[in-house]
Design a protein around this ligand. Structure first.
Ligand code: B12
Length: 176
C-alpha cells in the first residue's frame, strides 16, 4: 500500500486543517521587533543562545526547547502609581494584569511565528512549576528573565536585584 492510500493519511489530507508552510520564511530583527511591539510589548531585544551571559542557563533552556537559536526579551510597563501605592489590592491587580499581558504577548508571537513555520516557545512570566528540578537543581524555572533582559540591552540589574529600564524604570515586568 502506498503511504497516500493509508486511511489515516487520506483522512488528514482531506481534512480542513490549516496548512503549515514547509519552508520557514526568513526573519529579520526589525520585523520581529515590530511584531512584538504590535503585540503590545514596550521594548524588545535579542540574545543569541551562544552568548556567554547565558552560560549558566543554556542547558535548562535547551532541555525545555532544543530548537532555541535566539531569545526574544521584552518588557511591559506597569502603571507607576498603582505600584507605588501602599494599597496592596491595587498593586497586586497591576502585577497580575501586567503579568497576564506578558504571557499573552509571548503566546501571540509564538502563534504568529508558528504560522510562518518557525518553531518558538513561550516560557511563563512567573509561577514556575518545574518541581522535578527541586531540591537538587538550582532553580525550578526554565529561564531567568532578568539576566536575559540585561544581555538584550533592556536595562541594568539594580542593587535591589530588580531590572531597571532606562526609560520605564523598574515599573516593568519581563517576558522571554
Ligand atoms: C523565583 C521568583 C520569585 C520568588 C523569589 C524567591 C526568592 N528566593 O526570593 C517569589 C515568588 C518570592 C517572587 C516574588 C516577586 N517577584 Co519574582 N520572580 C521569580 C522568577 C521566577 C525567577 C527569579 C530569577 O530569575 N532568579 C535568577 C537570578 C539571576 O536572579 P537573582 O536576583 O539573583 O535571584 C533571586 C531574586 O531574583 C529573587 N527575586 C525574585 N523576584 C524578585 C523580585 C524583586 C523585586 C526582587 C528584589 C527579588 C526577586 O529570587 C531569586 C532566587 O533567589 C522570575 C521569573 C523568571 N522566570 O525569570 C520572577 C521575577 C524576577 N520576579 C519579579 C517580580 C516583579 C516579583 C515581585 C515584585 C512580584 C510581586 N507581585 O510582588 C515579588 C517581589 C519579591 C521580593 N521583594 O523579593 C519580576 C522582576 C521584574 C524586574 N523588573 O526585574 C520577574 C522577572 C518576573 C517577570 N516576568 O517580570 N519572585
Amino acid at each position: 500500500m502506498k503511504l497516500e492510500d493509508h486511511p489515516t493519511v487520506k483522512k488528514l489530507l482531506d481534512s480542513a486543517l490549516p496548512s503549515v508552510p514547509v519552508m520557514p520564511q526568513a526573519l529579520d530583527a526589525a520585523s520581529l521587533k515590530q511584531m512584538l511591539l504590535e503585540a503590545g510589548a514596550d521594548d524588545v531585544g535579542f540574545v543569541e543562545i551562544d552568548r556567554p551571559e547565558l552560560d549558566n542557563q543554556r542547558e535548562t533552556i535547551l532541555s525545555a526547547f532544543p530548537y532555541t537559536k535566539t531569545l526574544i526579551s521584552f518588557v511591559v510597563r506597569m502603571n507607576r502609581e498603582a505600584i507605588k501605592t501602599p494599597a496592596r489590592s491595587v498593586s497586586n491587580l497591576e502585577f497580575h494584569h501586567t503579568g497576564d499581558q506578558v504571557n499573552d504577548i509571548a503566546r501571540t508571537v509564538v502563534r504568529l511565528l508558528e504560522d510562518k513555520g518557525i518553531r518558538a516557545m513561550n516560557p511563563a512570566m512567573g509561577f514556575p512549576m518545574e518541581m522535578g528540578e527541586f531540591p537538587d537543581g538550582d532553580k525550578i524555572w526554565i529561564v531567568s528573565h532578568k539576566p536575559v533582559a540585561v544581555a538584550a540591552g533592556l536595562g541594568m540589574m539594580g542593587i535591589h536585584r530588580n531590572i531597571i529600564h532606562p526609560v520605564f524604570g523598574n515599573f516593568i515586568l519581563l517576558g522571554v
